[in-house]
Design a protein around this ligand. Structure first.
Ligand SMILES: CC(C)(COP(=O)(O)OP(=O)(O)OC[C@H]1O[C@@H](n2cnc3c(N)ncnc32)[C@H](O)[C@@H]1OP(=O)(O)O)[C@@H](O)C(=O)NCCC(=O)NCCS
Length: 195
């Protein structure tokens, strides 16, 4: 599916942080672990991101169902659900988040006002680093169909179709993708010297 979302009004790539988690100014991106008190902000980011998905990608009622997931969903995910939620913050506001449970990327959302500025890519990179620190060699995601090109561009691959259940008995078309993670500290093998 072609990606047709508009660039952020703030300008393309402005404030993009090549090093997620680093910050050197008030408008720089900071990636940190989310706390239970962030649940309402996470739900607001998801709602805005989902309602900004380009028309035609999904049925309107499916998007409405997806957008309706309440803060309780995020609160549960980061507590009883055992997910590590990473929040991307700019100028003290949550502009995106991602989730990791076991070897699965469980969530990735960026608010429209911060879209197309590298926040999604920075969140994926941060989740991959966390996964590698946990000793994982592979990261999977059940990707919403509209986000598949984004993941393919970040090194994920796969074709198996899936449906993600949504409130009200609805569901979302998705694709199972996965990515091999590099082993930390391992350098490419050096061929033996011929001398
Ligand atoms: C998918 C999503 C997280 C991307 O976040 P983002 O911060 O806008 O993405 P980035 O700015 O990091 O994009 C990185 C690159 O991917 C491209 N890109 C972003 N979203 C894309 C998409 N859906 N399809 C194809 N390419 C995409 C950008 O153009 C950018 O490339 P560039 O640097 O060459 O311009 C965001 O669009 C979103 O929240 N979507 C709605 C919710 C969703 O579908 N989440 C995934 C659930 S599995």
């Amino acid at each position: 599916m072609a990606w047709s979302r508009r660039k952020s009004a703030d300008g393309p790539a402005a404030g993009r942080s090549p090093s997620p988690g680093a910050r050197s100014g008030p408008s720089r991106l900071r990636i940190r672990r989310a706390r239970p008190a962030d649940a309402p902000a996470l739900a607001a980011v998801r709602r805005a991101a989902v309602l900004d998905v380009p028309p035609g990608a999904f049925r309107r009622a499916d998007l409405a169902a997806w957008a309706s997931l309440p803060p309780l969903y995020d609160l549960w995910a980061m507590t009883a659900g055992g997910e590590a939620i990473l929040a991307a913050e700019r100028a003290g506001r949550v502009v995106g988040f991602a989730g990791l449970r076991a070897a699965e990327l469980t969530a990735l959302f960026v608010a429209p006002r911060a879209a197309r500025r590298g926040v999604g890519a920075a969140l994926i990179a941060a989740v991959e680093r966390l996964a590698r620190r946990r000793g994982l060699r592979r990261l999977s995601v059940v990707a919403a169909a509209s986000a598949v090109p984004f993941y393919l561009a970040r090194g994920f691959a796969g074709r198996r179709r899936a449906r993600v259940p949504l409130p009200g008995g609805r569901s979302l078309a998705a694709v199972r993708l996965a990515k091999r993670l590099p082993v930390p500290g391992r350098r490419p093998a050096v061929p033996p010297s011929r001398a």
